[in-house]
Design a protein around this ligand. Structure first.
Ligand SMILES: Cc1ncc(COP(=O)(O)O)c(C=O)c1O
Length: 417
């Protein structure tokens, strides 16, 4: 049956339509087609959100691949316990906190990637109809994850006029939400935020926590999305902020969304965890109880093979050193690419969001769609955000990163900016 007579079976359930076509997929297809026609040297594809080497191939850590090859049938055939294997729960705590275990009642559960952790946190710590607070620049799937379970994302301004964490906007937005909600879940994506590359400083954390402290009779759950932690820079330095979450005010609960997608190049194996830094035993138990229902009611048991891989790595000092040594080599490449883009931006007088580290850099731009189309005429493909353009330094060569800012500046000028 075609056209008007066709019956529609899928439910909109509050969406604007059944499911909009993926804009990102469209531009990335165009970039691929252009690359096939003109060759890799003549097209800059900055739409891909994974780490690629200079030949355009996905970076896969050999040390992780070796562990995958050693898996035994029972590692992938058997069900894992709902919350994850006990070895994995210990491994994931080690992977996140290394030798600085926080002085909290730590609990964790397996989730399929960081996405699953964000989903479980929203589902368990907000009510249907609630708003979840995050920054104006954010990873867009947060909205889909929230709306698919009947919640909504609302935002505060991440940067103030001095390009620093806008604590006033954070406080205003939080207060406004607490007029109608007795509890708010806040998502903070740091370090190496997607899409800007910003990292919360220790002072930013102090400011954020003191806002929460002031609201003593209102409950605030802080979910830190650390998807890019292991590609941010020095491991100990970028973990210092965990100390700030160790003794939270009584009205604050810190949660951590871990993802093995980037740090362990296990994107496709769907490995992640939601970690609760509970202040007391009862809150830790409450976390475990609610997570066993959240997991059972969404994906049920997790990927045992993937859990075994991380457990093996974290259980063997040499294996872990192999992973970190290999990762350091790619981190240096990533760092050089980010630096090249920033130097190019300074030379071209292109304004970018404050970038510290990570896979992405954002150029604020009022006519993002128009500029993106103009860039495509120059064989440059980028991702548009509401008020900006995102480039993916993780997938471009250092040379491309140095070239892009001038091209963006020219395209903006052609669009009257
Ligand atoms: C900011 C951020 N959080 C979470 C994720 C989730 O990643 P995954 O579900 O693959 O672990 C991503 C993936 O791109 C991300 O960019």
């Amino acid at each position: 049956m075609k056209g008007e007579d066709r019956m529609i079976f899928a439910k909109e359930n509050g969406r604007k339509n059944i499911g909009a076509p993926d804009k990102l997929f469209g531009v990335s297809q165009k970039a691929k087609a252009k690359t096939a026609a003109l060759g890799r040297d003549n097209v800059i594809n900055s739409t891909i959100g994974v780490l690629m080497n200079d030949d355009g191939d996905l970076v896969v850590l050999d040390s992780v691949t070796e562990c995958i090859h050693k898996l035994k049938p029972e590692d992938y055939a058997a069900y894992a316990p709902i919350l994850g294997t006990p070895d994995y729960i210990e491994a994931v705590k080690k992977a996140v906190f290394l030798d600085e275990m926080p002085n909290s009642f730590l609990e964790a559960c397996y989730t399929p990637g960081g996405t699953g952790a964000i989903r479980n946190a929203i589902s368990a710590y907000t009510a249907v109809g609630d708003k979840v607070l995050t920054s104006d620049w954010h990873w867009s799937p947060y909205s889909i994850i929230a709306s698919e379970i009947g919640r909504e994302i609302t935002t505060y301004k991440l940067f103030d006029n001095d390009r620093k964490f806008n604590v006033d906007s954070f406080e205003d937005s939080l207060l406004k939400l607490l007029e109608t909600q007795e509890q708010v879940l806040v998502i903070v994506n740091t370090p190496a935020h997607n899409p800007t590359g910003y990292t919360f400083t220790l002072e930013d954390w102090d400011n954020l926590i003191s806002v929460v402290k002031k609201l003593h009779d209102k409950k605030v759950v802080i979910l830190t999305d650390i998807a890019y932690l292991d590609f941010a820079g020095d491991a100990a330095e970028y973990r210092k902020f965990f100390k700030k979450l160790e003794n939270p005010p009584a009205n604050m609960l810190p949660l951590i969304a871990f993802s093995a997608s980037k740090g362990y190049t296990m994107y496709g194996m769907r490995l992640g965890a939601l970690i609760c830094m509970a202040p007391d035993e009862e809150t830790a138990k409450e976390f475990k109880d609610i997570m066993s229902v959240e997991c059972r009611g969404s994906w049920s048991n997790g990927n045992r093979a993937a859990m075994t891989v991380l457990s093996d790595i974290m259980g063997n000092k040499e294996l872990f050193a192999g992973v970190t040594d290999e990762r350091d080599i790619y981190m240096e490449i990533l760092h050089k690419r980010g630096k090249a883009f920033m130097e190019g931006a300074t030379a071209a007088d292109l304004k970018i969001c404050p970038y510290d580290s990570g896979f992405f850099i954002t150029v604020p731009c009022a006519k993002a769609e128009e500029v993106s189309e103009e860039l495509q005429k120059d064989n440059v493909y980028v991702v548009t955000l509401g008020q900006g353009i995102r480039v993916s330094v993780s997938s471009n060569t250092e040379k491309e990163c140095r070239l892009m800012p001038a091209k963006i500046k020219t395209a903006m000028a052609r669009c009257g900016l």
